[in-house]
Design a protein around this ligand. Structure first.
Ligand SMILES: Nc1ncnc2c1ncn2[C@@H]1O[C@H](COP(=O)(O)OP(=O)(O)OP(=O)(O)O)[C@@H](O)[C@H]1O
Length: 595
């Protein structure tokens, strides 16, 4: 077992287990490669035999024979051109077909990953699996894979053919075999050790670049350029050292291979010349022999090169398999469009029943949290930062599962509701809305169909229509990666318009207007108030003046409800709400005075 691990045979098994379904799917391309492989072996022997016959015919002065052989040579060349073309074609079809399917499977898995798993993975490392690891795997998908069969077959065919010409000479290759095989195994083992470290480092490398790009303004404002540069350079120096170790190994191995090839060639030539001078062999037979003798050494040497590529790829396969084995939230991609008939939805109630939840054991976020949100009513949640307010939304959208207790929608436990149906019935405006690299229209609709009037109604209500019209291409203006051309407030207004267009019966607003100035917030708030009519709404707000008219206000502290009531009842009693409201009021007054 240990030995199998050391020489990497276990990796090979694992590699094939993952790749087999993909290889089978592209079996036509691999069958084509097997065909061209066989044809190329036969062509190699045919060419060597052709050179020998040409030499013997020439030494016998047989002009007729030479003409026939020339025609045969041209024929062989034409066949070779065709086979080479087919070989390249089948190889590309096999490599790119399998690589495409593997990438798509990895992306699908990424889309299905559970929220807790996703939070634990570093995005750069995940991206490098799509990039660096896929490239490593690509190295072994085409002819290298077919070489697993081709190299032993070449050896066997050429050996049989040469044995037929001269048994003693052909046995020369046996002298080299143990050294070639032993050296190859050692080479593969050393390469594997390095390659795994290289792949991990490449992942960390992508992580630094991706973090730099994502947090570019923080890097600038905290003057972190030098420190990011230092860690990136340090990693690259380590990567370089490992790559050079690999290069050293490859260099040593190639030189040893050259020595083996040349030694075999020289030994065959000298011994063959001796046989020719003793009339035990014709000159043509010697030419055929020395043309082919390399084919006895190169399969042994190439096997090692392939072994190294397999070892490198198996490290990458391991990294991809790791992601493919991570827990997912559902077996299939959910259907994007839920057939909710517009404006005809029934308001839905939401209930948290003794819900306890933690992200990490020992650090409870919610403890026996019980809250009933009546259908079509507005409930506001307030509390200190970190009290667990956003977590309630994550649980309601079933991103995470509570460790105990139940969440129900209209009396139906959340786990009984298909994910697509559940999320189709919720419109969520998060604290920091995500926008995609596309046009404003694409970001508003996100795959839904809405006519121009509906879009305009939503954007006018969210006070963003005039701004959109002022852009050069209006609704078709590209907003750049993560909406880079928009201000925080504009992003929030787009997100509110997007939620309006989703037209779902449950509305979750997580500080949806925090980035707006007082005046715009006031105007957008009246829109949100209209949007909330008939919908069950949960609002998280830090500015308490915005939730005064809520049907119910829930005050949270350390994952528990400490107060519950309307604004006036809560203001009438001493407690956290009144303290929060008063300090909020003072803060707002101060900021108004400053303006
Ligand atoms: N993905 C996560 N993994 C681990 N801990 C988390 C995760 N998300 C949140 N937490 C922790 O859970 C607690 C509650 O976080 P939550 O975001 O629900 O608070 P909040 O009341 O919404 O805060 P804020 O008002 O600042 O947004 C915090 O202590 C936070 O550190």
């Amino acid at each position: 077992m240990n030995l199998l691990n050391k020489i990497g045979l276990n990796n090979l098994k694992q590699t094939f287990q993952l790749l087999l379904p993909y290889l089978l799917k592209h079996r036509a391309a691999y069958a084509g490669l097997l065909f061209t492989m066989t044809a190329r072996i036969l062509l190699t022997i045919a060419f060597a035999s052709f050179y020998g016959r040409m030499t013997d015919t020439a030494t016998h002065g047989n002009l007729n024979g030479l003409t026939q052989l020339t025609v045969m040579g041209v024929g062989l060349l034409l066949v070779m051109i065709t086979i080479n073309y087919l070989d390249t074609f089948f190889e590309c079809a096999a490599i790119y077909g399998v690589k495409r399917d593997l990438k798509v499977a990895l992306f699908r898995q990424t889309l299905l990953l559970r929220a807790d798993t996703m939070a634990a993975i570093r995005s750069g490392d995940l991206i490098s699996r799509f990039d660096n690891d896929m490239n490593q795997i690509e190295q072994m998908l085409g002819s290298r894979l077919v070489d697993l069969i081709r190299l032993p077959l070449v050896y066997l065919c050429v050996f049989t053919f040469l044995f037929h010409i001269n048994p003693v000479l052909s046995l020369i290759s046996w002298a080299i075999a143990p050294a070639a095989i032993g050296g190859s195994a050692l080479f593969g083992f050393l390469m594997r050790r390095n390659s795994r470290q290289i792949n991990d480092l490449a992942g960390e490398n992508t992580q630094i670049v991706s973090e730099t790009l994502q947090g570019f303004s923080v890097v600038r404002s905290f003057v972190l350029e030098r420190s990011f540069f230092r860690s990136y350079s340090k990693q690259n120096r380590r990567l370089y050292r490992l790559e050079m170790k690999n290069a050293n190994l490859r260099g040593l191995y190639n030189s040893a291979g050259q020595v083996a090839v040349s030694a075999t060639f020289l030994a065959s030539l000298c011994l063959g010349a001796y046989f020719v001078s003793n009339n035990q062999m014709s000159v043509g037979a010697l030419v055929t022999f020395i043309t082919l003798v390399n084919q006895l050494v190169f399969p042994l040497m190439n096997a090692a090169g392939n072994w190294a590529a397999f070892q490198k790829a198996s490290g990458s396969i391991e990294r991809i398999q790791y992601v493919l084995n991570l827990p997912i939230e559902s077996g299939d991609l959910p259907d994007p469009v839920i057939p909710v008939v517009k404006q005809q939805f029934v308001p839905l109630s939401v209930e948290f029943d003794a819900v306890s939840f933690y992200y990490k054991p020992g650090k409870p976020v919610l403890s026996h949290f019980t809250l009933s949100v009546p259908a079509g009513k507005k409930t506001a949640i307030v509390g200190f930062s970190g009290a667990g307010k956003t977590t309630l939304f994550s649980l309601l959208m079933n991103f995470y599962h509570p460790q105990s207790g139940f969440i129900r929608i209209n009396g139906r436990p959340l786990n009984d509701i298909p994910l697509a149906e559940l999320r189709g019935r919720i419109a969520h405006v998060p604290q920091d809305p995500t926008l995609f690299n596309g046009t404003i229209r694409e970001n508003l609709l996100l795959g839904r169909e809405r006519d121009g009037h509906e879009i305009e109604y939503a954007t006018r209500s969210a006070m963003i229509h005039d701004f959109i019209c002022s852009l050069p291409d209006g609704y078709d203006t590209p907003i750049g990666e993560r909406g880079i051309i928009l201000s925080g407030g504009q992003k929030q207004r787009l997100a509110i318009a997007r939620a309006m267009l989703k037209d779902a019966p449950i509305l979750l607003l997580d500080e949806a207007t925090s980035a707006l100035d007082g005046e715009t917030e006031h105007k957008v708030k009246s829109t949100i108030d209209r949007l909330m009519v008939g919908r069950t709404t949960l609002v998280i707000a830090h500015r308490l003046s915005t939730i005064r008219n809520a049907d119910k206000i829930v005050v949270m502290e350390n994952g528990k409800i400490v107060q519950e009531g309307t604004h006036s009842t809560l203001m009438a009693e001493p407690g956290l709400y009144r303290r929060l409201y008063q300090s909020d009021f003072v803060r707002e007054k101060k900021s108004q005075a400053l303006i």
